[in-house]
Design a protein around this ligand. Structure first.
Ligand SMILES: Nc1ncnc2c1ncn2[C@@H]1O[C@H](COP(=O)(O)OP(=O)(O)OP(=O)(O)O)[C@@H](O)[C@H]1O
Ligand SMILES: [Mg+2]
Length: 402
């Protein structure tokens, strides 16, 4: 029997695949369309990497950061399904040893699940996974997913998804079930409701989300400017959930550089002096003039803030952060107050830091176009991560248009 949901779902997916210029971001939308249509909690798209032949989660919807997870063909339940080339409905994940006995997979799969291999006429290139449907997944769901999966598989085959595996990377920062509450009048408001996130060395992570969803709150916890209420925050594997004042000061000094929306330059110091000022109070500062050069302001070193545009002032701020040589740079809407051209200049400076200096940058923005330059994009909604995607082919700042 034809599934009445199929036409609408297939239409949305085809529309998304045809209009988007970035395959990764359309896969993120596709998994959302599928979880919404089927009416389940979360889902992931796994793709085979043609270099190491492992399967990686390339897009997901739901509350956890599962991006970059990989599995081999002979390693897990996912691998088994792909190898068998047969779809599978699992009504009770706790009864399947391969799922139940693995901590990560048991969380990922939840109560029940459906797995559908993504096939092109020639081969199986990945797998669709949906989890946690009230009442369980049906055969109609399976048919729907198989047909929609074929549309996705053909598009991926056509456009090509080339990515390099990162399985040897260790997380620099880890948030584990992080909860943050604030007092609001008489009542306690829960702003972050259980954030799970790993941040890797050398990545540009963009955080999107509507106003008030907790982006700055999360950034402030990562930056050591605020502390979590519950959960765990690890820095290079060390527990930093409840640091002492001294540990916190040291962490901020050695690890963190913060680029705010407002520039906060000293008005009576010129560009170079503003950078030198920060360099003086850090342990291993970088040559201030070299930092100005990195942001394209070497020639303007003797300008005072009042004689610089907003974008130039923002770039001095970035030079100041670079001079400090922090491992992690946090940027909260760094281009929000800037016009297009100056905003682009600032993004190029940030891009340079990631590519040339191998720094880790976490950037909050409202601008979805800017997310295209990220290695990874997470969305926050209602204090939770609502989706994650990996950009295997990030755009350069130069190529962004908004
Ligand atoms: N120190 C605080 N005390 C009480 N409530 C706070 C505090 N900081 C943030 N909040 C509340 O937490 C919620 C999330 O704030 P946050 O600044 O993290 O949002 P955001 O996602 O950064 O929004 P925007 O995009 O507008 O910057 C808001 O409702 C805010 O009022
Ligand atoms: Mg904010």
């Amino acid at each position: 029997m034809a599934d009445s949901r199929f036409v609408s779902c297939a239409w949305q997916i085809m529309d998304e695949l045809s209009k988007s210029d970035q395959l990764e971001s359309s896969l993120e939308t596709c998994i959302k369309i599928l979880t919404d249509t089927v009416g389940c909690e979360s889902g992931s798209i796994w793709m085979r990497n043609t270099v190491d032949h492992r399967f990686y989660i390339v897009a997901s919807s739901g509350n956890a950061d599962v991006s970059g997870t990989s599995t081999g063909e002979d390693e897990s339940f996912i691998g088994k399904i792909v190898k068998s080339e047969q779809s599978k409905i699992v009504d009770d994940c706790a009864a399947v040893p391969e799922i139940a006995e693995d901590k990560f997979f048991s969380t990922l799969f939840g109560k029940n699940a459906i797995l559908v291999p993504l096939r092109t006429p020639l081969s199986v290139i990945g797998c669709l996974q949906l989890n946690n449907k009230e009442g369980g997944f049906s055969e109609a769901d399976q048919g729907l997913l198989e047909n929609c999966g074929a549309l996705i598989a053909l598009d991926v085959e056509d456009k090509g998804l080339s990515f390099s595996p990162n399985k040897d990377r260790k997380p620099l920062l880890q948030l584990k079930n992080v909860i943050k509450e604030f007092m609001s009048g008489e009542e306690m408001r829960r702003i972050l409701k259980g954030i799970d996130l790993d941040v890797y060395e050398g990545e540009l992570l963009v955080v999107l989300g509507e106003s008030g969803c907790g982006k700055s709150t999360m950034l402030n916890i990562i930056g050591g400017m605020d502390q979590l209420s519950e959960g765990q925050f690890l820095v290079e594997g060390k527990d930093f959930s409840h640091p002492s004042e001294q540990e916190l000061t040291q962490y901020r000094r050695d690890y963190i550089g913060f680029i705010f929306q407002s520039y906060n330059l000293m008005p009576n110091l010129n560009a170079l002096e503003n950078v030198e000022f920060i360099a003086e109070i850090s342990n291993h500062p970088r040559d201030p003039m070299e930092c100005l050069e990195l942001v394209g302001l070497k020639e303007k070193w003797n300008r005072y803030p009042s004689a610089m545009s907003g974008g130039q002032q923002q770039r001095v701020c970035i030079a100041r952060v670079i001079a400090k040589e922090p491992k992690i740079i946090l940027a909260d809407e760094p281009t929000a107050a800037l016009d297009y051209e100056t905003g682009k200049g600032v993004l190029k400076a940030i891009e340079n830091i990631v590519k040339n200096d191998k720094k880790t940058v976490i950037m909050v923005t409202h601008n979805v176009e800017i997310a295209k330059m990220a290695n990874r994009v997470i969305r926050l909604r209602n204090g939770l991560i609502s989706s994650v995607r990996i950009n295997f082919n990030p755009l350069t700042a130069e190529d962004l248009v908004w």
